[in-house]
Design a protein. Structure first.
Length: 144
């Protein structure tokens, strides 16, 4: 996805121009770190751990989007999908990775809206993807 595509998404109302403060980005990274820590707690259900890891993914994707000068329009449906599909442009994620991330998004929706469960392998994949995105998001904003 090129910067032109981000501009096109802004033109059709999927994205809004946004210039984040450094503190705003730091808070989102800290929240992603907390969610990843929560995802590692074996004493809670796989569904809750998956949710925490997925939330970290979204927070990292939001850091990338905001650091690129935009934020999703949350009044529009599909803002999670928009964040994931823009990861190539915002954090340099390769298409094969965002395909996996989109599958995790669909699994999260199935769990939330139909009660379909998640397996420990799905939790592990979600955590691994969140860890990779956190590394990219930190690099994008120059955080350690």
């Amino acid at each position: 996805m090129s910067s032109q595509n981000l501009q096109n998404l802004q033109a059709i109302g999927r994205l809004k121009v946004h210039q984040p403060t450094p503190d705003e980005l730091r808070r989102l990274l800290a929240a992603a770190e907390r969610n990843l820590k929560d995802a590692g707690v074996d004493a809670i259900s796989d569904e809750t751990r998956f949710d925490a890891a997925y939330k970290a993914i979204m927070q990292c994707a939001l850091v990338g989007m905001m650091a690129s000068g935009y934020r999703p329009s949350t009044s529009e449906p599909g803002h999670h999908q928009t964040l994931i599909q823009a990861l190539g442009q915002t954090l340099g994620v390769k298409p094969e990775s965002w395909v996996v991330l989109d599958a995790l998004r669909r699994r999260r929706n199935a769990n939330d809206y139909t009660g379909d469960g998640v397996t420990p392998d799905m939790v592990a994949e979600c955590v691994a993807q969140a860890v990779a995105l956190l590394r990219l998001a930190r690099a994008k904003v120059g955080a350690r």
